[in-house]
Design a protein around this ligand. Structure first.
Ligand SMILES: [Zn+2]
Length: 109
C-alpha cells in the first residue's frame, strides 16, 4: 500500500502523476499504460466522504456561530483533501486494459 509502483517493472510512479493523471498515466521506465486500481479509487472516495462528514460535524464545535454555507464549503474542501490522501495511502496501480469491444465508447469499424 502506498507504493505507487508499476506492476510490470516495479518502478515508483511520482505521486503527482498518480493524482493528476489517474486514468492515463505512463510508467516512467517501461511506458506501460497505468491507472489507479479499483481498491485505490474506493479508498479515495470513502476517505473523502469520511473527511467531509467529520468537517460538517466538527465545524460548529470549532467555529460556533458560522454561517450555514460554511459547513458546505468546508465539506467540499475537506472531501478534496481527504480523497487525495486516501488515493496516496492506498496507492495501488494496475495496467490499464484496452476497452472491451462490448463497452459503450467503442470504435466504429
Ligand atoms: Zn513499468
Amino acid at each position: 500500500m502506498g507504493k505507487r509502483k508499476c506492476p510490470l517493472c516495479f518502478v515508483r510512479v511520482p505521486w503527482t502523476a498518480a493524482l493528476a493523471h489517474s486514468y492515463e498515466m505512463r510508467c516512467p521506465a517501461c511506458h506501460a499504460p497505468l491507472e489507479l486500481s479499483r481498491f485505490t479509487r474506493v479508498v479515495g472516495a470513502l476517505g473523502g466522504l469520511a473527511g467531509a462528514a467529520v468537517a460538517v460535524e466538527a465545524l460548529p464545535g470549532i467555529h460556533p456561530g458560522s454561517l450555514w454555507m460554511t459547513r458546505i464549503v468546508a465539506a467540499v474542501l475537506v472531501f478534496g483533501v481527504a480523497s487525495a490522501a486516501g488515493v496516496l495511502l492506498a496507492g495501488d496501480l494496475v495496467v490499464r486494459t484496452k476497452g472491451h469491444p462490448a463497452t459503450f465508447p467503442h470504435s466504429a469499424k
